[in-house]
Ligand binder design. Sequence first.
Ligand SMILES: Nc1ncnc2c1ncn2[C@@H]1O[C@H](COP(=O)(O)OP(=O)(O)O)[C@@H](O)[C@H]1O
Ligand SMILES: [Mg+2]
Length: 267
Amino acid sequence: MNDVCLEREPIIEIVDLYKCYWVGNVAFPALNGIDLTIGRGEFAVLAGRSGSGKTTLLNIIGGLEVPDRGLVKVCQQDFVQRSRDERALFRLYHIGFVFQAYNLIRVLSARENVAFVCQLQGLERRKCFENADRWLAEVGLGEFAQRRPDQLSGGQQQRIAVSRALALNPDIVLADEPTANLDTTNGKSLVTLMTRLNADFGTTFIISSHDPDVIDSAGRLVLLTDGRVVQAGAQPTPPLPPEAACPPEKLSLKTRLLRTFASDQSE
Ligand SMILES: Nc1ncnc2c1ncn2[C@@H]1O[C@H](COP(=O)(O)OP(=O)(O)O)[C@@H](O)[C@H]1O
Ligand SMILES: [Mg+2]
């Protein structure tokens, strides 16, 4: 059965990663030898106590910080060797960020906040606003497009941050404690939104959290303790393509074999 499993292409490969912060002569070790591979399309949750290294790991994957040592490949590209400007450019085309405090630009409307990042990508103005309208509608906020962040609830602001991340058409969305500032209802609805976007668009999500609702939604749970991965979960196999979209005769041999095995087992 193993040889017919669909394998995910690795989108993040981390080997023997270390990071220590120094404040004067005092060392604060944050990551102590992380090994982790994330496959394309996964919905992975990094869980662990405060101080376990979740933010540091996300920041290194996103190129906001550099490790002391170790290999970090994102979309098959070796990140650690890149300059700060190259990392910023790579991030602009491959990675969307969602932060705990939303980080929207206060003087811009929801629509302008989303369009702005598309302008950074060099898209023409009209296309940027089309993108913004599409992604605001996708997160259910089309009618709030002209409002500024301070005219919206926390839950709505975080949905805008999610649509801003997706508007970049990224390979990966990194979300650092995205529900931590939200009440339970808004937190649950954000989790539902992110899992749906992951399923509908195949975007890889890596979310740090200790919120039970986020942890319950994990396609894979990665548990960190003191800067180490103590549990990495099993990589889920990708879903089969829908029947309607792909007639049986067009399916790959691998998929047809997998389907045959699945129906054999259910009989
Ligand atoms: N800028 C910094 N200066 C000093 N220590 C830091 C800094 N950032 C993180 N740390 C330390 O690194 C460890 C991991 O922090 P962090 O990655 O923020 O963990 P988490 O996100 O799981 O709470 C903690 O001990 C924290 O105090
Ligand atoms: Mg953190």
